[in-house]
Design a protein around this ligand. Sequence first.
Ligand SMILES: [Fe+2]
Length: 213
Amino acid sequence: MRYLILSDLHSNDEALTAVLRRVKRKTFDRVVCLGDFVGYAADPNKVLDRFRKLRRTTISIRGNHDKVVAGVEEGLLFNPPALEAVRWTVERLSKQNMEFLRKLPLGPEIVDGRFVVCHGSPLDEDAYIFSDFDASLNFVQMNRFAEGIDLCFFGHSHIPSIFTLEPGDLIYTGTPPGVGIARKPPVFLKDGDVVEVEIEGLGLLRNSVAREK
Ligand SMILES: [Fe+2]
Protein backbone atom coordinates (compact mmCIF):
# COMPACT_ATOMS: atom_id res chain seq x y z
CA MET A 1 0.00 0.00 0.00
CA ARG A 2 1.38 3.45 -0.94
CA TYR A 3 0.07 6.72 0.45
CA LEU A 4 0.17 10.31 -0.75
CA ILE A 5 0.33 12.39 2.42
CA LEU A 6 -0.70 16.06 2.24
CA SER A 7 -1.11 18.72 4.88
CA ASP A 8 -1.90 22.40 5.34
CA LEU A 9 -3.27 23.03 1.86
CA HIS A 10 -4.61 26.37 3.16
CA SER A 11 -6.77 27.15 0.11
CA ASN A 12 -3.67 27.20 -2.12
CA ASP A 13 -4.92 25.65 -5.34
CA GLU A 14 -1.71 26.36 -7.29
CA ALA A 15 0.28 24.33 -4.75
CA LEU A 16 -2.19 21.45 -4.66
CA THR A 17 -2.31 21.34 -8.46
CA ALA A 18 1.49 21.32 -8.65
CA VAL A 19 1.72 18.46 -6.15
CA LEU A 20 -0.90 16.39 -7.95
CA ARG A 21 0.82 17.01 -11.28
CA ARG A 22 4.11 15.91 -9.76
CA VAL A 23 2.71 12.61 -8.43
CA LYS A 24 0.63 11.87 -11.53
CA ARG A 25 2.98 9.16 -12.76
CA LYS A 26 3.61 7.70 -9.33
CA THR A 27 1.56 4.87 -7.97
CA PHE A 28 -0.26 5.44 -4.72
CA ASP A 29 -3.43 3.91 -3.37
CA ARG A 30 -4.69 6.38 -0.81
CA VAL A 31 -4.50 10.08 -0.11
CA VAL A 32 -4.16 11.23 3.48
CA CYS A 33 -4.61 14.87 4.51
CA LEU A 34 -3.48 16.05 7.93
CA GLY A 35 -5.85 19.02 8.06
CA ASP A 36 -6.04 22.74 7.37
CA PHE A 37 -7.65 22.58 3.96
CA VAL A 38 -8.61 26.25 4.26
CA GLY A 39 -7.27 29.53 5.62
CA TYR A 40 -4.81 32.16 4.31
CA ALA A 41 -4.98 31.69 0.53
CA ALA A 42 -7.70 32.56 -1.97
CA ASP A 43 -9.13 29.31 -3.36
CA PRO A 44 -10.93 27.36 -0.63
CA ASN A 45 -13.61 25.99 -2.97
CA LYS A 46 -11.17 25.00 -5.71
CA VAL A 47 -8.96 23.16 -3.21
CA LEU A 48 -11.83 21.35 -1.52
CA ASP A 49 -13.55 20.49 -4.82
CA ARG A 50 -10.29 19.13 -6.21
CA PHE A 51 -9.57 17.10 -3.10
CA ARG A 52 -13.11 15.71 -2.85
CA LYS A 53 -12.99 14.63 -6.50
CA LEU A 54 -9.74 12.67 -6.16
CA ARG A 55 -10.20 9.20 -7.54
CA ARG A 56 -8.30 7.54 -4.68
CA THR A 57 -9.67 6.77 -1.25
CA THR A 58 -9.05 9.74 1.00
CA ILE A 59 -8.51 9.89 4.73
CA SER A 60 -8.65 13.31 6.38
CA ILE A 61 -8.64 14.90 9.78
CA ARG A 62 -9.42 18.48 10.74
CA GLY A 63 -6.96 21.31 11.27
CA ASN A 64 -7.38 24.39 13.44
CA HIS A 65 -8.40 26.58 10.47
CA ASP A 66 -10.96 24.00 9.30
CA LYS A 67 -12.38 23.98 12.80
CA VAL A 68 -12.84 27.75 12.99
CA VAL A 69 -14.26 28.06 9.47
CA ALA A 70 -16.73 25.26 10.28
CA GLY A 71 -17.82 27.13 13.42
CA VAL A 72 -16.58 24.45 15.82
CA GLU A 73 -14.36 27.04 17.53
CA GLU A 74 -14.16 30.82 17.55
CA GLY A 75 -10.46 31.22 16.75
CA LEU A 76 -9.76 33.37 19.78
CA LEU A 77 -6.03 32.67 19.51
CA PHE A 78 -5.83 33.42 15.77
CA ASN A 79 -3.78 36.39 14.61
CA PRO A 80 -5.74 39.13 12.75
CA PRO A 81 -4.82 38.05 9.16
CA ALA A 82 -5.76 34.42 9.94
CA LEU A 83 -9.07 35.51 11.45
CA GLU A 84 -9.80 37.75 8.47
CA ALA A 85 -9.09 34.80 6.14
CA VAL A 86 -11.57 32.72 8.16
CA ARG A 87 -14.31 35.36 7.76
CA TRP A 88 -13.54 35.72 4.06
CA THR A 89 -13.64 31.94 3.57
CA VAL A 90 -16.91 31.47 5.48
CA GLU A 91 -18.63 33.98 3.16
CA ARG A 92 -17.52 32.14 0.04
CA LEU A 93 -17.48 28.44 0.89
CA SER A 94 -20.04 26.26 -0.91
CA LYS A 95 -22.56 24.31 1.16
CA GLN A 96 -20.96 20.99 0.25
CA ASN A 97 -17.48 22.16 1.18
CA MET A 98 -18.68 23.60 4.48
CA GLU A 99 -20.36 20.27 5.20
CA PHE A 100 -17.11 18.46 4.37
CA LEU A 101 -15.20 20.64 6.87
CA ARG A 102 -17.87 20.14 9.55
CA LYS A 103 -17.60 16.37 9.26
CA LEU A 104 -13.80 16.20 9.45
CA PRO A 105 -12.82 14.09 12.47
CA LEU A 106 -10.56 15.17 15.28
CA GLY A 107 -7.13 13.51 15.18
CA PRO A 108 -5.17 11.49 16.04
CA GLU A 109 -6.42 8.75 13.76
CA ILE A 110 -4.85 5.39 13.03
CA VAL A 111 -4.62 4.66 9.30
CA ASP A 112 -4.95 1.02 8.26
CA GLY A 113 -3.42 -0.06 11.57
CA ARG A 114 -0.02 1.11 10.23
CA PHE A 115 0.56 4.70 11.30
CA VAL A 116 -0.98 7.60 13.15
CA VAL A 117 -1.98 10.94 11.64
CA CYS A 118 -2.60 14.15 13.53
CA HIS A 119 -2.77 17.86 12.77
CA GLY A 120 -0.49 19.56 15.31
CA SER A 121 0.56 16.74 17.57
CA PRO A 122 -1.01 13.44 18.59
CA LEU A 123 -1.60 14.83 22.08
CA ASP A 124 -3.18 18.11 21.00
CA GLU A 125 -4.36 19.02 17.50
CA ASP A 126 -3.53 22.70 18.16
CA ALA A 127 -0.01 22.16 19.55
CA TYR A 128 3.11 22.55 17.43
CA ILE A 129 6.03 20.15 17.08
CA PHE A 130 9.03 22.33 16.33
CA SER A 131 11.85 20.71 18.29
CA ASP A 132 13.28 17.44 19.59
CA PHE A 133 11.83 18.39 22.96
CA ASP A 134 8.30 18.86 21.54
CA ALA A 135 8.64 15.51 19.77
CA SER A 136 9.92 13.76 22.90
CA LEU A 137 6.75 14.73 24.81
CA ASN A 138 4.80 12.85 22.18
CA PHE A 139 7.14 9.86 21.90
CA VAL A 140 6.56 9.00 25.55
CA GLN A 141 2.79 9.02 25.03
CA MET A 142 2.56 7.24 21.66
CA ASN A 143 1.52 3.95 23.23
CA ARG A 144 -1.41 5.67 24.92
CA PHE A 145 -3.39 5.99 21.71
CA ALA A 146 -1.60 3.70 19.28
CA GLU A 147 -0.13 0.67 20.95
CA GLY A 148 2.50 -1.00 18.82
CA ILE A 149 2.55 1.80 16.21
CA ASP A 150 5.75 3.81 16.05
CA LEU A 151 5.14 6.15 13.12
CA CYS A 152 3.16 9.38 13.24
CA PHE A 153 2.68 12.07 10.58
CA PHE A 154 1.93 15.62 11.67
CA GLY A 155 1.36 19.00 10.02
CA HIS A 156 0.45 22.46 11.33
CA SER A 157 4.03 23.76 11.80
CA HIS A 158 4.56 24.37 8.03
CA ILE A 159 8.13 23.19 8.55
CA PRO A 160 9.12 19.92 6.85
CA SER A 161 10.78 17.96 9.63
CA ILE A 162 11.37 14.44 10.89
CA PHE A 163 11.99 13.48 14.51
CA THR A 164 13.19 10.01 15.37
CA LEU A 165 13.68 8.16 18.60
CA GLU A 166 16.81 6.01 18.38
CA PRO A 167 18.01 3.30 20.75
CA GLY A 168 19.93 5.04 23.54
CA ASP A 169 18.15 8.41 23.17
CA LEU A 170 17.14 9.78 26.54
CA ILE A 171 13.78 11.42 27.15
CA TYR A 172 13.44 13.73 30.13
CA THR A 173 10.04 13.03 31.56
CA GLY A 174 10.29 15.16 34.69
CA THR A 175 10.34 14.07 38.29
CA PRO A 176 8.50 10.81 38.90
CA PRO A 177 6.56 10.07 42.07
CA GLY A 178 8.65 8.48 44.82
CA VAL A 179 11.64 10.71 44.12
CA GLY A 180 14.26 10.46 46.89
CA ILE A 181 14.08 14.00 48.26
CA ALA A 182 10.39 13.62 49.10
CA ARG A 183 10.91 10.41 51.06
CA LYS A 184 11.18 10.31 54.84
CA PRO A 185 14.04 10.23 55.47
CA PRO A 186 15.24 11.64 52.08
CA VAL A 187 17.34 9.32 49.92
CA PHE A 188 20.22 10.67 47.82
CA LEU A 189 22.58 8.96 45.39
CA LYS A 190 25.99 8.29 46.88
CA ASP A 191 29.42 7.21 45.80
CA GLY A 192 29.34 3.55 44.72
CA ASP A 193 25.59 3.35 43.95
CA VAL A 194 24.58 1.76 40.65
CA VAL A 195 21.56 3.15 38.77
CA GLU A 196 19.81 0.73 36.47
CA VAL A 197 17.05 1.71 34.06
CA GLU A 198 15.28 -0.98 32.09
CA ILE A 199 13.48 0.17 28.95
CA GLU A 200 11.30 -2.23 27.05
CA GLY A 201 12.73 -2.89 23.61
CA LEU A 202 16.05 -1.23 24.46
CA GLY A 203 17.36 -3.27 27.37
CA LEU A 204 19.15 -2.31 30.53
CA LEU A 205 21.11 0.94 30.97
CA ARG A 206 23.53 0.78 33.92
CA ASN A 207 25.42 3.77 35.36
CA SER A 208 27.73 3.82 38.37
CA VAL A 209 27.62 6.84 40.66
CA ALA A 210 31.03 8.28 41.61
CA ARG A 211 31.92 11.21 43.82
CA GLU A 212 33.28 14.19 41.87
CA LYS A 213 37.04 14.53 42.36
FE1 LIG B 1 -2.77 24.31 11.48
